[in-house]
Design a protein around this ligand. Structure first.
Ligand code: M7G
Length: 352
């Protein structure tokens, strides 16, 4: 049995130092290569983040390794290049998805990495040699994300699958997509927890509290905040009735302009990254139907930043300026994975 959709995603970050605002620009040119110690080894994660309770985000401190008895049932996806693996299994009889990801090597850890590691020779040939470098544990952490209890939809989200491009007219949205997402989409409880400061409150970087144009800016849980190379922030708007890009009208322009302007200002101040280094966009379709904007570093190929899913906020603003009903009336294209229920609905309607 899969858990209910109110399941919480725990972000278990192995002992990480969150950037202080003064040192945030230090890793601008940090190496992008990831550590690859060669063996999987023990997880040795320490639960630093707190475990939300009862789905409402009230938190209780937790220590120890909640994954020590994790039982793997399947590897959903993995990538040797990205150094990431998505696993389905059980934590104390509950379905869980665990994501393990090796983190980038930080420039500021190089001295310690060279002086504090053991080096084992693998081969030497002329001027060439390869080694296995065994780093001190705190420089060899694995970012670990746990979704528990995971729903069947979570398992599908992380499973390797073929995708299909869907063409959605305004009528298709009303007759196919909207009824489907009203019944089937992921819970946005985690979003409300953030807005109500019941979870991740200490991670909020900025808030404009205005109920109409206001938003919260915080790190996406995909980002470990150790280097700006893979910067990933989310702006979550206070308004609760905007599901996605499709709902945007010209009346939302002040909100969108505010998010763009203040989001850029905050990122410049904190991370010394100018707007010309940022990719600021919305997903269509999103996974979570509460309006949010993705801010990522331009050179970082964040999952879902391709043209078939990401809509630049600057384009969205211009489109609404030239046609107040642009997103209400246009045909929109987006990819859906083979076993996505929404794809099934488009097929049933003879649209694929
Ligand atoms: P999306 O476009 O709705 O869907 O983006 P996607 O996940 O398919 O991209 C939601 C964004 O919220 C993603 O970038 C997620 O990594 C991020 N995210 C999801 N959850 C459950 C959390 C969370 O609990 N905390 C934070 N900070 N970010 C999250």
């Amino acid at each position: 049995m899969f858990g209910s959709e109110s399941g919480i995603e725990w972000d278990i970050l192995s002992t990480q130092t969150i950037f202080g605002s003064s040192s945030r620009n230090m890793a601008e040119s940090a190496a992008k290569r990831r550590t690859d110690s060669g063996g999987s080894g023990d997880l040795n994660v320490e639960v630093k983040k707190l475990k939300p309770d009862h789905g409402d985000g009230r938190q209780e401190a937790e220590s120890g390794n909640i994954l020590s008895a994790f039982k793997t049932s399947a590897v959903l996806n993995d990538s040797a290049r990205e150094k990431i693996i998505f696993i389905h299994g059980k934590v104390a009889d509950q379905d869980a998805v665990v994501i393990l990801e090796k983190t980038p090597i930080r420039q500021d850890s190089l001295d310690e990495l060279f002086s504090g590691s053991t080096l084992k020779l693998e081969m030497r040939n002329d001027i060439y040699s390869t080694y296995r470098l065994q780093a001190p544990p705190h420089l060899n952490e694995i970012k670990t994300t746990v979704v528990c209890p995971a729903t069947e939809k979570h398992v599908k989200k992380y499973q390797r699958q073929e995708s299909f491009l869907v063409e959605e007219t305004a009528e298709d949205y009303q007759s196919i997509t909207l009824p489907y997402i009203q019944k089937q989409s992921f819970s946005v409880q985690w979003v409300y927890n953030v807005l109500e400061k019941k979870a991740e409150a200490e991670r909020i970087l900025y808030e404009d509290p205005d109920p109409q144009v206001g938003f919260l800016l915080l790190p996406d849980f995909k980002w470990d905040q150790k280097q700006v190379d893979d910067l990933y922030l989310l702006a979550i708007v206070h308004q609760r009735n905007i599901k996605s890009l499709r709902d945007l009208r010209s009346e939302h322009l002040p909100l969108l302009q505010n998010v763009l302007q203040k989001g850029k200002e905050q990122i410049l101040q904190r991370y010394k990254l100018p707007a010309s280094q940022l990719r600021v966009y919305l997903h269509y379709q999103p996974s979570y139907y509460h309006l949010h904007v993705h801010f990522t570093k331009l050179g970082y190929e964040a999952p879902g930043c391709g043209v078939e899913r990401a809509h630049l906020l600057t384009d969205v603003i211009q489109n609404l300026q030239s046609d107040p009903r642009y997103y209400e009336t246009r045909t929109l294209y987006f990819p859906l994975r083979a076993d996505d229920g929404l794809l099934g609905k488009f097929k049933e309607a003879g649209k694929l």
